[in-house]
Ligand binder design. Structure first.
Ligand SMILES: NC(=O)c1ccc[n+]([C@@H]2O[C@H](COP(=O)([O-])OP(=O)(O)OC[C@H]3O[C@@H](n4cnc5c(N)ncnc54)[C@H](OP(=O)(O)O)[C@@H]3O)[C@@H](O)[C@H]2O)c1
Length: 269
């Protein structure tokens, strides 16, 4: 018998995951989706050939349930879902900030729960998905979550206590790079370049740097030193970054993101 997987609350992240699973070889016939609006359900059926069902139906039919609603909608979803989830179902939560204990309290005793924090590059199969086991999830359950999220990028197992730090680094991470690109494009305009050209130059520099970081095996310091020649242009720019405390600002920014993630996890909206 083939395994059925249901994505509950198939919005941006849920759809990215669904399309990644299909690209990775899952049969659309084995994938169920739930949506709050009929037009969204119809759209998913037409686009991917998957089967829209109710949340209760998904709980009864699928072997694995992946919850991808917004954290503020999780209470309503769990009220609809929990009474129908048999204890052997694997429940994977993709919601930021909600601990596995929240689900374990609402589900039947011993239900395995896995928490995953992915990020929006899931849309282009370059996600970083950080995976933690709840109290009843085994290595097999973690491997299953890795297989599913591996379809849209890289995965990493961490203890759940590190999830808030990971949210600050990779969950929010893409936003910091967009922010840098935005600021550097403005700098290009100040230096007299048209916006579109400045944008293209910075984006390609970012892609080149990212591939070098991933593929060269070199430490970032070494890569930076390679473009920092004595009395050259780069060292003048680096001096300004240091003068303006950019390194300290980044450390403080990620600490603030980690703290906010902890606050959200403890229910402070
Ligand atoms: N976006 C990110 O950068 C990011 C990164 C990492 C993790 N996450 C996590 O991923 C989750 C989803 O985020 P997202 O950006 O994909 O949100 P989203 O686009 O709003 O997707 C959530 C979907 O769930 C649907 N929904 C809400 N309640 C439902 C219910 N009771 N039954 C069925 N469907 C329901 C919503 O319907 P409507 O269309 O009617 O609203 C929406 O389509 C969040 O928990 C977030 O923390 C997001």
């Amino acid at each position: 018998m083939t395994e059925k997987v249901a994505v509950l609350g198939t919005g941006k992240i849920g759809e990215a995951l669904l399309s990644g699973m299909i690209r990775a070889g899952w049969a659309p016939a084995d994938l169920l989706v739930t949506a709050r609006r009929q037009e969204r359900a119809d759209e998913l059926r037409t686009r991917y050939g998957v089967t829209p069902v109710s949340n209760a139906e998904a709980a009864k039919t699928a072997d694995t349930l992946i919850l991808t609603v917004k954290p503020q909608d999780m209470g309503t979803l769990m009220d609809e879902l929990a009474p129908h989830v048999p204890a052997e179902r694997l429940v994977i939560s993709g919601a930021a900030g909600i601990p596995t204990s929240y689900f374990e309290e609402k589900l039947a005793p011993n239900t395995p729960v896995v928490r995953v924090m992915t990020n929006t590059p899931a849309l282009v199969d370059e996600a970083m998905s950080v995976i933690s086991a709840g109290s009843h999830a085994t290595a097999e359950h973690l491997a299953h979550a890795e297989q599913i999220f591996g379809g849209v990028g890289k995965t990493l197992r961490v203890p759940e206590a590190q999830q808030d730090a990971c949210t600050a680094l990779s969950g929010s991470g893409p936003a910091y790079f967009y922010y840098l690109v935005e600021a550097m494009t403005d700098a290009g305009i100040l230096l007299g370049l048209p916006r579109d050209k400045a944008h293209d130059l910075i984006v390609q520099a970012a892609i080149g740097a990212a591939v070098m970081l991933r593929d060269s095996g070199e430490h970032p310091v070494k890569l930076r030193e390679n473009v920092t020649s004595p009395a050259g242009t780069t060292i003048n720019a680096i001096r300004e970054l240091e003068n303006h405390g950019v390194r300290a600002a980044l450390i403080a920014a990620l600490e603030a993101a980690r703290d906010r993630s902890k606050e959200l996890a403890s229910g402070k909206g």
